[in-house]
Design a protein around this ligand. Structure first.
Ligand SMILES: [Zn+2]
Length: 215
């Protein structure tokens, strides 16, 4: 993929597909965006929120970072990009749903098992990956056969989603909105190899096919 391909891609988009969204977009320019969903996904290039959910401009406020992690609430004076996006989506856009969407073959989850001690060029990554530490610890405790690395990674990817959902509950305004039935939190797991999504069912703490989800 070269920049030239992207330039051609934009031309193709304007000529062939933009018209499909033009009316909606002009309306959204007038009224502003009103997405009802905050989608928290991984930056992984194989995760494609609008493609995999068949959504259109204006549907989802999308937040992507390494590992689809959610840091705990921390209202200090630092640069909290992820928390700022969450705050804006919940308190200004008043989204009704937050989806934490993990995915299979996540490099961030795999990296939890690698030693980054001697990688000064990854100092921010190393710090950020601390947000997956609990998921790794839980997975190691819960997995009898630790030799099957791929299975270990798949489990970590799913367990991490639950911990990130838990971190969302450290944000007081999120808890408040959930109490008032104004907001719901969802945990999804996207399989990049077949396009399917499983959702986390808090009732029995398992992941189930999204088609079986009942509101
Ligand atoms: Zn990932």
């Amino acid at each position: 993929m070269q920049i030239n391909d992207l330039i051609k891609g934009n031309k193709k988009f304007r000529e062939a597909r933009f018209s499909k969204y033009e009316t909606d977009l002009k309306q959204l320019v007038k009224t502003g965006q009103k997405p009802e969903v905050l989608f928290i996904g991984c930056s992984d290039s194989r995760v494609t929120p609008d493609l995999m959910l068949d959504t259109k401009p204006g549907d989802m406020f999308i937040l992507r970072n390494v590992g689809n992690f959610v840091p705990p609430y921390n209202p200090d004076n630092d640069y909290h990009g992820t928390s700022a996006a969450i705050e804006y989506a919940v308190n200004v856009l008043n989204v009704k749903h937050i989806i934490v969407c993990g995915h299979s073959h996540c490099g961030a989850c795999k990296s939890l098992y690698q030693d980054l001690e001697n990688s000064p060029e990854l100092s921010n990554v190393k710090k950020w990956l601390e947000l997956g530490k609990k998921a790794k610890e839980y997975t190691l405790l819960a997995t009898p056969n630790k030799e099957d690395k791929e299975q270990l990674y798949r489990t970590t990817e799913k367990v991490s989603i639950v911990y990130q959902m838990e971190n969302l509950l450290s944000f007081p305004y999120i808890v408040e909105k959930i109490k008032n039935s104004e907001l719901q939190i969802h945990g999804w797991y996207y399989k990049i190899e077949d396009g399917t999504i499983d959702y986390y069912d808090g009732e029995d703490c398992t992941f189930k096919p999204l088609e079986d989800y009942k509101k």
